[in-house]
Ligand binder design. Structure first.
Ligand SMILES: Cc1cc2nc3c(=O)[nH]c(=O)nc-3n(C[C@H](O)[C@H](O)[C@H](O)COP(=O)(O)O)c2cc1C
Length: 352
């Protein structure tokens, strides 16, 4: 049986979580994880104690970042930010789901009564954001919390305001500039959320992704630039994307959640007004591993240098090693790290 409230309390709105959290074993940590010796790994120029961390999403404030660092997660990501405020989807934003084995995103899932292990979770936040004048100081504060051997990754979400592709591209350049102003230089652009095409993800639109990557890279030649992708079923499509942008990137993260229909016991939408939610945790590990192998294979075939950040369904040290064996340079978790605060410690014990 797993503790139902860890890091995040899904019975409360995201705004309450942000103000009061983190919860469970992430709250009031008396004995922080103690890294010893010299950090043996490198995260885009910063020495780190492990090539493992928490991907974008569950750490919205410096207090959450601090808790994750103290629990021994050596690479932490501040929740994605935007160039302006953006509304939060209605409560609920996070629910446990019933899935047996590998997720088939074409099936309809039922919300579960409680979280079970290995964890399976659906979320629907809409990637809300506060104003840059609010998140820029939070970003600076978060950097100051990292100890030697730990690194912060900054995640950005572009906003399509319905004013055309040029504005959408420019929004990415503006957002990266605002992040650079805080002193950050390792920046992940999330291209796996709905954009202009509404039903489409920006990362499936090769010309759009290419415009965004080129515009940001031309303006900021010296930052470490990463993009975050969704699961690509069509590997030829993925190849076309990598051929077009891979040489201009320092890293590619994959995968984001998998959009799936989620209903309650009465068959009604579990997230009112949103027929689909993003599923993560153990049932999507197959898809994250498949993408890791594809991205590593393409990098080698095309003679490129980007690093691969494997994400999806990492809930144990053996999952972490599956990703490393598949060629991932770094591995990140969200659902696994949320409901197992000892995950970083377990993975580091397995690296010793
Ligand atoms: C509660 C929650 C919030 C998330 N928020 C974001 C986000 O703000 N930006 C983003 O790029 N991905 C976000 N994600 C997706 C995760 O970064 C990750 O790609 C996905 O959950 C798969 O990893 P996992 O199986 O280890 O959870 C979120 C996931 C969860 C569960």
């Amino acid at each position: 049986m797993i503790q139902q409230v860890q890091l995040y309390d899904d019975t409360k709105d995201f705004e309450v979580n942000k103000a009061e959290g983190p919860y469970g074993d992430y709250a009031n940590i008396d004995e922080p994880y103690n890294n010893t010796g010299e950090p043996k790994y490198d995260f885009f120029g910063t020495p780190v104690y492990s090539p493992f961390g928490i991907a974008a999403g569950p750490l919205p404030t410096p207090k959450f970042i601090d808790a994750a660092l103290k629990k021994g997660f050596d690479i932490v990501t501040l929740k994605s930010v935007r160039t302006d405020t953006f509304p939060l989807n209605l409560f609920p934003q996070v629910r446990p789901v019933n899935v047996t084995g590998n997720l088939d995103p074409n099936e309809t899932l039922k919300v579960a009564d409680e979280y079970t292990w290995p964890v399976a979770v659906a979320n629907s936040f809409g990637i809300p954001s506060v104003k840059p004048k609010v998140w820029q100081p939070m970003m600076k504060k978060s950097f100051a919390l990292t100890q030697p051997g730990q690194a912060l990754l900054v995640a950005f979400q572009g906003t399509a305001r319905g004013t055309g592709a040029d504005d959408f591209v420019q929004d990415h350049v503006d957002g990266v500039r605002m992040i650079v102003e805080t002193g950050a230089d390792v920046i992940e652009i999330n291209l796996s959320c709905p954009n202009e095409g509404e039903e489409n993800l920006a990362c499936f639109d090769v010309p759009m992704t290419t415009r965004i990557v080129n515009a940001v890279r031309d303006e900021f030649p010296d930052i470490k630039l990463l993009i975050k992708l969704a699961y690509f079923e069509d590997k030829q499509h993925l190849r076309r994307l990598v051929e077009s942008v891979g040489a201009r990137l320092d890293g590619i993260s994959a995968i984001n959640t998998m959009a799936t229909a989620v209903v309650d016991d009465d068959g009604k939408e579990a997230f009112p007004g949103r027929p689909k939610a993003g599923v993560s945790g153990a049932p999507i590990k197959w898809a994250g591993l498949e993408m890791t192998k594809s991205l590593v294979g393409l990098r080698d075939q095309l003679g490129m240098n980007y690093k691969v950040i494997g994400i999806g369904g990492v809930t144990s040290a053996s999952d972490f090693h599956e990703y490393i064996d598949a060629g991932a340079d770094y591995v990140m978790s969200v659902a696994g790290a949320m409901w197992n605060p000892e995950l970083a410690a377990e993975i580091k014990a397995s690296l010793a």
